[in-house]
Write a protein that binds this ligand. Sequence first.
Ligand code: PLP
Length: 487
Amino acid sequence: MPTGQTPADTLAKTASTAYDAALEVIGAVEPRIAAATRQELADQRSSLKLIASENYASPAVLLTMGTWFSDKYAEGTVGHRFYAGCQNVDTVESIAAEHARELFGAPYAYVQPHSGIDANLVAFWSILAHHVETPALERLGAKNVNELSEADWETLRHEFGNQRLLGMALDAGGHLTHGFRPNISGKMFHQQQYGTDPETGLLDYDVVRAKAKEFKPLVLIAGYSAYPRRVNFAKMREIADEVGATLMVDMAHFAGLVAGKVFTGDEDPVPFAHLTTTTTHKSLRGPRGGMVLAQEEFAADVDRGCPMVLGGPLSHVMAAKAVALAEARQPSFQTYAQAIADNAKSLAEGFLSRGANLVTGGTDNHIVLLDVSSFGLTGRQAESALLDAGVVTNRNSVPADPNGAWYTSGIRLGTPALTTRGFGADDFDRVADLMVDVLRNTQPGTTKAGGPSKATYALGDGVADRVRAASAEMLDAHPLYPGLDLA
Ligand code: PLP
C-alpha cells in the first residue's frame, strides 16, 4: 500500500478501476446506458437525497450484483432445487440466510423475495397455507390440493377468499400492501384498517385492540412507510394473541434500526412477530430486494414462496444481500443506525424551531413527515419546488389528507441516505433551514381557468441557486463514495 493510503483509499481506487472497466464494456454495446449510469452517479452526488426509502449501498454490495449469478435459474430452496447445477447458488443463499438469522436473531430467514411487496406476498401465502390450506387438507385426508374433488377445492377456494386482515391505513402511514383496497392485499382479504389518533397523530393501541376484537382478523399487520414514530411490538403481539391473529410485521423501512440495535426490547419486532418482512435496500442499505424472517412454525410454508408466489430467485441479488448483511453485522453499522435516529431528531427540531408543522410533532425513528399546508402548498408543489433547488424528497399524504394521495399535503423525509454520506446533526439542522427557505419562497400557481392549482407553483428568483450553493458546501464536505473517481 503506498504511504499515506488507508485500506479504504486502496479499495476506493480498486472500485474506480472496476467501474471504469465495467462502463467501458457496457459502453461498447450501448453507450447511452453507460452515459446514463455515469450521469446517475453525478446527479446522486450533487443533490440532497432525503427520500426516506432510499440509501447508498456500498460499492461491495453494488459490484456483487453485476455477475454471472444473474444467469442462473434456481427455483426451490437450498439443496432442493427444480434445476441442476445450483451448488454455488446454494452457497450464496445459505450465507445470506445465516447472516439474516444471526443479525436479527430470527429462527428462520428466507432471502429470495425480489422486493418488499414480494416479501409481503410470501408472508400472506404462508399464513394462508398454514392456517387455511394445511388444516383443510388434514381434515379432508388429502396430501395436496391436486387430490381434492372439484367440490372440496371450490369450498377451500372460498375459505381462502374469506380471510380477514387488519393493517395500518395508508394515510396514517401504512403501506399499500397492508390492506389498501386498490392493492391486491385489499382484494385477497376482507380488510379493515386502523388509523392514528386525530389529535396527536399517534398510534392508539386501545383503538387497535378494540378493532381487532370486533373484526377478529386472521392477519394483524404492524409496520409502516410514513409513520415517524416507534411501535411497541410486544403490545401488537398481545393484541394478536387476544384475538387469535397471526402477527406480521413489515419492517421494510426501519430494518436498519433493528439491525443497528436502535430498536430493541419491545421495539424489536422479530421476537414478537410470527412473520417479519422487510426490504433490504432502505435503512438496511443493501441491494434492492426483500426478505421474510419467520418463527419456526412458518418455515416450511415460507420456503414454498418460490415457485408458488415468486419467480426464480435473483441469485446475484441474494449474493449482494449476503454482503450487505455482513456489513450490517459490523459494529460500525450500530453507530450508523444511531446516527440515523439522532439526525432525524435534529432535522425535526430544525423544522419546529422555524415554525413548521410536523405530523405527530416530531420523530423517534428515521422519518420526518412535514405538513406543508401551513406554507400554503400541496405536497406536489413542495416536492417540485424542492427538487428545483436540488432537494430530492417525495410527497406523502398526512392523516385525513384533504388533498388526497396524488397531490397530498405532506413531504416525507428520511435521514438514512445523507447519514451514509456522513451528514451529522448540524448538517441536518442546516438542511431544515434550506428547505424552509424554499417553501417560504414558493407561491402556489393557478389553473388555466384562474382557480387555485394543486400542481403549479412559482419559486422566488434566486432561491434555487442560493439553496444549491449552500447544499454544495455540505455535499462536498461529505462526498458520496469518497475516492471513487471515474475517468
Ligand atoms: N413495505 C413497506 C412498509 C414499504 O415502505 C415498501 C416500499 O416502499 C414496501 C413494503 C415495498 O417494497 P418494494 O418497493 O421493494 O416492493
